[in-house]
Design a protein around this ligand. Structure first.
Ligand code: 44T
Length: 831
């Protein structure tokens, strides 16, 4: 009976249960430890989970080992593809440690690799909030921030002129009677807020990116417009009346355009809107107060024929031979407007032409390539169905035809327009259509020549196809065909003669290299430097190249005293071939793509190099972890080439770790290339750079507070910079910030800090510290990643807030290098 249970009785029972609880905990701990020893991580995890649920007071003692078993177990679940179990395990872990930054960060990493990027970002962000010092979480957040919120958001929001134009056009439309507004692709919500500010009674906005939608919600609330703007996390194509918006709208506003105008799908978006979301358009026959309308009302795409050495060297292999290797293979970049040969093809790349290193030259005047009326469904459908316009472009300047560029004028209405032109004060980039299939020495044009281009938009992307070249003036002897002048009927298709002359391998598929790999192949001094440095090592190891010719009866025997060279460059690299040409060398290439292997083999053959001297590293490997192990246990490497710097200008992840392993695998007298990396930098003032990474308060966004929210996604390191054309003022001389000795056993650790006194040479605001590298192959040969022929871009560390300095002032610059990431702090020295 309940009443007969005395307090004492309960105590007795509790006493017993307390003892058995302690016993259970102790036994579980023991079992967990045993399981860990047996590497049975799942059971170990379950035991610890039980222990900590029963005895929360032990949390701090057992936290580390709990985390260890959690990470080990979830790793196994991941390999087993048991994703639901994996997330359940994390959920349990969060019940015990809801505010643990390490668990949060690791949950983010799991989500990220399973493709849940928005969700991953949330966890990295939370981890960072919980512990701002968590370096892994910081790095993860910065990486993902770049991906979630593309950097152009900052640029566009800082473009006050663009914001003003949209504000005025929207205001005008609302004042003229538009009552219901739909903002398609709202981003941070700025256009919707303009509509609300103009007193539009009903404003709807849709955005398909989760992160941008969440941001828009925060922004709209902070600007006291929640409840007044209905935000929908949807693609406009999925919107339905009346489910999502109660009635058809009288105004659609959008800026879902990219540098090539149509690349964000505006044609389909507006076609769909006209069919489903907008009121009938204004019509002469049927006068109605309620009609539908689109801002922008229309656009004109302009094009121009251009000579541009920088674009040329990124899109065409323009050398026949590199460091003694003949390149008799066709290479193409994935950017081509021709037929889609493969999935990697892109119809155009983008470039801010005003900032292309080395500049560009217009060979023609700008021509009108295409016009589109967003208020005419018929017009939109005709373009979307692939309508092609053939245009004859008059050449007015002599030069090499490297590409066409296009830009557009966006007519918001009759009064308000925006131009994305190359000579405009605009935040926009231009679309670049490189010309392919030209002879290596290019295609020279003369004033009076006519270039015929087809412009179309067949699959949502603007396309420019070079049809023929019509020679007006005298023949210039170039390989482009020479046509009779002045007679249009005689315009014939000269495209055929633009292709390289049929060679024995024209039937072979071209090798597709990305623009960065093409620029690298064109960089002869890069390859020459390696050739000399490799040769120096070879001569030091085999004086006067004195290999035994030993009358070997088998290739294996022949190569028994060969030197081993390993190139672990990312992507395509001909360095192994250069090495193989330098003596009795067995070169190992780490190219992964089939087409790259095939191309290297072809080049080996064409250059008369024995095919046995080139091996593909990945054929030798079972797992990724083996990358730096030797092919045969009795051979050590003479040279290991590491790819230290990424094309974007950052140090590659895990380079230091790789160098440490590489050092252990070297033959005595063997080398790692580069043996050292010197990081250079300087103090600069660059409002332009700042505009590209932080929204500058509420002024550019016309009083709306957007900066606070989007700036949460700012990152301190800007990449892919062209330092030679970035507008800036240097406030100090360049200095060596840090030196990574890849050959030196002791001086490197994974984390380095270095302090410098920097004297300013000018007064100003220090906004950033751009950095670049000198890759020291050996004591005498080095490569500068900021050189004009470099295939590397530069990066910059942007200060949290600009620091005003006077000329001649001495500052303290601290440079941190941790897990391949560079960060800096700049201070005035303590008085
Ligand atoms: N890039 C400009 C593109 N969206 C601009 O999710 C210019 C690039 C640029 N949402 C350098 C400089 C510049 N339904 O958030 C995005 C996107 C969203 C939609 C719902 C739809 N049908 C769509 C289509 C797109 O709209 C937002 C803007 S799109 C592109 C804008 C400074 N590099």
């Amino acid at each position: 009976m309940a009443e007969s249970r005395t307090a004492a009785g309960r105590r007795t029972k509790n006493g017993r249960s307390a003892a058995s609880r302690r016993d259970l905990i102790a036994r579980s701990v023991q079992s967990a430890e045993q399981c860990l020893r047996d590497q049975d991580h799942g059971t170990a995890y379950a035991h610890y989970l039980l222990v900590l649920s029963l005895a929360p007071e032990l949390k701090s003692d057992f936290k580390e080992v709990f985390q260890y078993s959690l990470f080990k177990w979830t790793e196994e679940l991941y390999t087993l593809n048991r994703n639901q179990d994996l997330f359940n395990v994390y959920e349990q872990a969060f019940e015990l440690f809801p505010n643990d930054d390490i668990i949060c960060n690791s949950m983010g990493e799991q989500l990220f690799r399973l493709g849940f990027r928005d969700e991953a970002a949330g966890y990295f962000y939370k981890a960072l909030k919980l512990n701002p010092e968590n370096a892994d979480a910081k790095e993860n957040f910065y990486r993902i921030a770049n991906w979630l919120v593309e950097r152009w958001h900052f640029i566009m929001l800082n473009d006050k002129k663009r914001n003003l134009m949209y504000q005025r056009a929207i205001e005008k439309a609302v004042q003229a009677g538009c009552k219901t507004v739909l903002d398609i692709g709202t981003g941070t919500g700025i256009l919707s807020m303009f509509a609300k500010r103009a007193r539009a009674p009903h404003v709807y906005a849709c955005e398909f990116s989760r992160t941008m939608y969440d941001l828009a919600c925060e922004v709209v609330a902070a600007n006291h417009m929640q409840g007044e703007i209905k935000l929908l996390h949807m693609k406009s194509h999925d919107l339905q009346v009346p489910e999502h918006i109660p009635e058809k709208v009288s105004l659609v506003v959008t800026e879902t355009v990219d540098a090539g105008l149509f690349g964000e799908g505006i044609l389909e978006t507006i076609i769909h809107a006209w069919k489903n979301l907008l009121l009938e358009p204004k019509s002469k026959d049927f006068q109605s107060e309620r009609y539908g309308q689109v801002i922008p009302a229309g656009a004109v795409v302009f094009g121009m024929a251009v000579e541009c050495p920088e674009i040329r060297r990124h899109h065409r292999v323009i050398v026949n031979e590199v460091a003694g290797v003949k390149l008799g293979v066709q290479f193409i970049s994935p950017v081509h407007s021709g037929q889609k040969i493969d999935d990697v093809a892109e119809p155009y790349s983008t470039e801010k032409m005003s900032r292309v290193p080395g500049g560009y030259k217009s060979l023609s005047q700008s021509f009108q390539a295409l016009t589109v009326d967003f208020n005419s469904l018929k017009d939109l459908e005709s373009i979307a169905s692939g309508k092609t316009c053939r245009i004859q472009v008059q050449i007015h300047e002599q030069g090499q035809l490297d590409c066409f560029i296009t830009w557009f004028v966006l007519y918001l209405d009759e009064e308000h327009s925006l131009s994305t032109g190359p000579s405009e004060e605009t935040c926009w980039e231009q679309a670049v259509f490189p010309i392919h299939n030209l002879p290596a020495d290019g295609c020279f044009l003369n004033p009076g020549d006519i270039v015929v281009v087809d412009v179309s938009c067949p699959d949502c992307y603007l396309r420019l196809d070079l049809v023929s070249i019509y020679r007006g003036g005298k023949s210039d002897g170039a390989s482009c065909s020479n046509m009779p002048s002045g007679n249009e009927t005689q315009l014939c298709d000269a495209m055929a003669s633009l292709y390289t002359k049929p060679q024995e391998d024209t039937m072979q598929v071209p090798c597709i290299l990305n623009p960065n790999e093409i620029a690298m192949l064109n960089n002869t001094s890069y390859h020459e430097s390696f050739k000399v440095a490799i040769n120096n090592v070879i001569s030091s190891l085999v004086p006067s190249n004195n290999w035994t010719s030993n009358g070997a009866s088998s290739t294996e025997e022949y190569y028994s005293d060969a030197l081993y060279v390993l190139d672990v460059s990312e992507g395509f690299s001909i360095l192994p071939l250069i090495a193989a040409q330098l003596g009795k060398v067995k070169s190992y290439s780490s190219v992964e793509e089939e087409q790259h292997c095939v191309t290297l083999q072809k080049l080996t053959e064409k250059n008369g190099v024995a095919k046995e001297s080139l091996e593909f590293w990945l054929n030798q490997l079972d797992t990724d972890d083996d990358v730096l192990q030797r092919p045969k246990s009795d051979k050590l490497w003479s040279i290991i080439i590491l790819d230290v710097v990424e094309p974007c200008g950052l140090i590659r992840q895990e380079v230091i770790e790789k160098a440490a392993i590489a050092r252990c695998l070297l033959h005595s007298g063997g080398r790692i290339f580069p043996q050292a990396v010197a990081i250079y930098g300087m103090l600069i003032e660059s409002p332009t750079l700042l505009q590209e990474c932080v929204v500058q308060g509420a002024e550019p966004t016309l009083g709306f507070n957007i900066a606070t929210f989007i700036n949460q996604f700012k990152v301190p390191v800007q990449m892919f910079l062209n330092l030679s054309t970035l507008p800036y003022v240097s406030l100090s001389d360049p200095l060596e910030l840090l030196r990574l000795e890849l050959m030196d056993l002791c001086s490197n650790s994974l984390s380095l800090v270095k302090e410098h006194k920097v004297k300013t040479c000018k007064s100003g605001q220090v906004t950033a510290i751009p950095f670049w590298y000198h890759l020291h192959l050996d004591e005498h040969i080095s490569l500068d990643t900021s050189h004009e022929t470099s295939h590397w871009k530069q990066a910059a560390f942007v200060l949290e807030s600009p620091l005003h300095v006077d000329q001649g002032e001495e500052l303290l610059l601290q440079v941190h290098f941790q897990n391949s990431n560079i960060s800096m702090t700049l201070k005035r020295p303590q008085q």
